[in-house]
Design a protein around this ligand. Structure first.
Ligand code: SAM
Length: 245
């Protein structure tokens, strides 16, 4: 899978993809990340990418010509999706990350200043993506978030795909608690069930803990999840225990 990021600050990505799982995936050739300087797609001698907004207000707006030129040059004849990072977009979540991982190419346009000329949104972009209800100074950090989260759904990027399956949100539940050595840290002990060697019992404990965390922190997720009979049984158990405590 290939990501193409269009930005006026290409250096911002120098370190962000130079470590960890994403770096390894690039080295293995599972994903490709290409960073494009929007100024390379200008035709004037000042390499101008922005201009004042019509109607007269403070700030600058990214011009349409370089963005159209960049996308038209970069877009490959494969299943490709062009996205604009924008606080006005669809809120990015696990389901959207998984959907994007199904494309062969994802182009990410990073806005700056007051944003981009509306014609980019109307006639070029397939999807506007927001990473949350707050305003960043530019789309670069948001693009990095999207690349990171989408990459985890690309087969082979995360070592054991199993671990993606258990992650928070992937199956509509928050993840269960994880523990590692030491068994006893300052008197805080790891739950004994994890040493029982009984895999069925451990799986049931993990499911119960995942359900409990989700019920307490994100009950909205449970409303849209089709519960198995085991999950329903565990939820009744959890609710009873919570009433008693
Ligand atoms: N005037 C714009 C508005 O209110 O919708 C905000 C522009 S913002 C200062 C500059 C750029 O940062 C945006 O064009 C977008 O690319 C990026 N950006 C800001 N907040 C974002 C968010 N929550 N998610 C994704 N991108 C964001």
């Amino acid at each position: 899978m290939r990501f193409d990021i269009i930005t006026i600050f290409p250096r911002m990505f120098d370190s962000i993809f130079s470590a960890g799982v994403v770096k390894k995936a690039v080295e293995k050739g599972i994903i490709e990340i290409k960073i494009h300087d929007l100024r390379d797609f200008t035709t004037d001698k000042h390499r101008q990418v922005d201009d004042r907004p019509y109607g007269g207000l403070e700030g600058m707006v990214l011009k349409p010509e370089p963005i159209f030129r960049a996308v038209e040059e970069i877009r490959q004849p494969v299943e490709s999706l062009t996205c604009l990072l924008s606080p006005q977009g669809k809120t990015f979540n696990s389901a959207l990350a998984e959907k994007l991982a199904g494309y062969q190419q994802v182009i990410l346009i990073c806005g700056r200043y007051e944003g981009v000329d509306e014609r980019v949104i109307e006639h070029l972009v397939d999807e506007e993506i927001s990473i949350g209800d707050y305003v960043l100074t530019g789309g670069e950090l948001a693009a990095a978030v999207v690349v990171d989260a989408v990459s985890r759904f690309v087969p082979g990027v995360v070592g054991k795909e199993e671990s993606v399956r258990h992650d928070s949100f992937t199956e509509g539940l928050l993840d269960f608690p994880q523990y590692t050595r030491p068994r006893d840290f300052r008197g805080y002990r790891v739950p004994s069930v994890l040493f029982s060697g009984d895999h069925k019992k451990i799986a049931r404990w993990r499911l119960k803990k995942a359900l409990e965390k989700t019920l307490v922190r994100r009950p909205d997720l449970l409303k849209t999840r089709k519960l198995s009979s085991e999950e329903e049984e565990l939820l009744i158990e959890i609710q009873k225990e919570r009433k008693e405590s």
